[in-house]
Design a binder for this molecule. Sequence first.
Ligand code: QV4
Ligand code: CA
Length: 512
Amino acid sequence: MKVLLLVALFGLGFAQHDPHTRNGRTAIVHLFEWRWADIAAECERFLAPNGYAGVQISPPNEHIVLNSPWRPWWQRYQPTSYKLCSRSGSEAELRDMITRCNNVGVNIYVDAVINHMCGAGGGEGTHSSCGNWFSASKKDFPSVPYTSWDFNDGKCKTGSGEIENYGDIYQVRDCRLVGLLDLALEKEYVRGKVAAFMNTLIDMGVAGFRVDACKHMWPGDLQSIYGRLNNLNTKWFSAGSRPFIYQEVIDLGGEAIAAKDYFYLGRVTEFKYGAKLGNVIRKWNGEKLYYTKNWGEGWGFMPNGNAVVFVDNHDNQRGHGAGGASIVTFWDARLYKMASAYMLAHPYGVARVMSSFRWERNFVNGKDQNDWIGPPSYSDGSTKPVPVYADQTCGDGWVCEHRWRQIKNMVIFRNVVNGQPHANWWDNGSNQVAFGRGNRGFIVFNNDDWALDVTLNTGLPGGTYCDVISGQKEGSRCTGKQITVGSDGRAHFWISNADEDPFVAIHASSKL
Ligand code: QV4
Ligand code: CA
């Protein structure tokens, strides 16, 4: 009996660590603030053909609408109900998008904001994305419904009602995060409402959730909620599939709450990954690329099976959350492509690619005063569509990092080498390194200030390969550099430190 119970518990836990990706695909992309109509089109025209496994979407439920500042991106992290109309579109558009993405094998993962509702200072009225009335001051959200009984204010012991000290786990879980009305998730009623919201999405066909602000929720409360979730929709997923759960816990070390407290529930975001990778790629703090020989758990990151990894996210690309100045983003495009390629070539973790919008930065004493600016919008506040040009780039302020040739091709590389071990490491004791993935792929980086000129064992079968960074294989020709691998698996590499992209990647499917 005891053994059976343990098996059942572990079965449940591990099941929620599986992203249920399809067709041998591996990487997820966060289409931050994209409209549902654009995501649906992107699944069909770009993500499926280029091997993307899934999309993390912005919160789909009703949220506050703010005028001051004007329609900040973060208004979507202030729910006012679980009705499915948001800045990204209507419930019908959401459903259509989930169906169309699923039909081409691209999974949808929902950003679930369940720790809180809107800010206490959110006022009252119908300034919400579906136009439903709510009152922040009365803690009244009739469209759920939640009333003042459903919040933690009685439980929180700080004078201000806010989290004042991250060293006190009770404050962090029971008090308000930046003034956000904190839900009483120990209540059966609240758990039921949250689970019903998530189950509606599961039944529509989503494959899982990025759960927001998990540090601020008790693991036991989350366990209860996750335990109520339905299996995935059998129209697209095999019977008995549990939703993929990846939890946002920012753990850079030294806090009372650690990422590992959440491992048994699902995967967790590994924030050390992007912070360290940023230091390495920027060569800050004396870091060198060759130190990454034991990248992954060897660097003190969480166990591989628990990690979701990313170079940057929607918070730390603009100074929110944590990670610090080292975080590399699209603003440093050359470094960003290198960092993204390193992540996608390396076997550690479930990888998530960021896809951003541009905004006008305004630094005052190192802080961006415009870190609130929302997605490209019309004057009425509605989000602009994502125009796509013949050269595959996007317009109107949408950056579309996931479409950059170097990043897109490394997503394909990750699929081609999936399951193959990290192999054939080489380094020059500085910032030139190379590694392969079994006999399926090989990548070489030159982040030094001098040329790389070396012959290496790639582990690949002999032949001519097309570098997927400087170009790509198109039909039987190669638009980039060609690399000749001898029958002994060895190949000569020459990479100038002045190259537009100082790295080279070849794989089984780029063989000419
Ligand atoms: C303001 C004052 C508070 C005051 C309050 C009174 O600053 O001192 O108590 O008014 O009402 C916005 C504003 C913030 C404002 C708050 C409430 O920036 O100034 O408080 O709204 O009105 C995003 C943004 C936040 C934003 C929030 C809600 O980053 O700036 O707050 O959305 O709109 C920690 C957490 C981690 C979190 C990270 C940012 O452990 O969980 O901070 N990351 C996730 C999301 C993130 C999101 C939230 C959590 C909250 O990734 O995008 O915050 O859902 O590290
Ligand atoms: Ca809480």
